[in-house]
Write a new protein. Structure first.
Length: 160
């Protein structure tokens, strides 16, 4: 799925603002472009008012998600909301959109990977994700500390 220059720029702006550099989780533009060229990769963009769709010149990108589907499984590669737009339900709206779109595509399970000390774990739990894997000392942050990676999964097709 190809992104427009405005979409790519908006996603990069959100990502750089949303991810703390100490964890090294933000992708660079080339990584994002490369992922978007892989078949089965999809994304959605949300603005501050909660509208999901392409950004306009007058509306700033507030958040986005990026997924990759293989057969009937889909992996949530990235989800981010800019700090100034947090706590107003945009991430929840994005995940509900993902569950709905994934259902329409025939996805039966969603997966994601995250560091185990990420406070977003409670958010994912509220959407029915549960831990299915653990990679010990998988991530190395900019601070040099190693952190475990958790693999989470959720069934698709349930009403959120």
């Amino acid at each position: 799925m190809t992104a427009t220059r405005a979409e790519l720029s908006g996603m990069m702006d959100v990502m750089l603002a949303a991810f703390d550099p100490i964890y090294g989780e933000a992708w660079n533009e080339q990584q994002l472009l490369s992922a978007l060229m892989i078949p089965g990769t999809r994304y959605a963009i949300i603005d501050a008012s909660g509208v999901i769709g392409p950004p306009t010149a007058a509306v700033e990108t507030a958040g986005f998600y990026l997924t990759r589907q293989i057969c009937d499984e889909e992996e949530l590669l990235l989800i981010a909301v800019a700090p100034e737009y947090r706590r107003i339900g945009l991430a929840s709206r994005l995940l509900r959109h993902l569950f709905s779109a994934a259902t329409d595509r025939g996805t039966t399970r969603l997966f994601l990977e995250m560091r185990d000390d990420n406070p977003a774990r409670h958010f994912y739990d509220s959407f029915g994700f549960h831990q299915v894997g653990l990679r010990k000392a998988y991530y190395r942050g900019a601070d040099g500390n190693l952190r475990n990676a958790l693999t989470l999964s959720a069934s698709v097709g349930k009403t959120m």
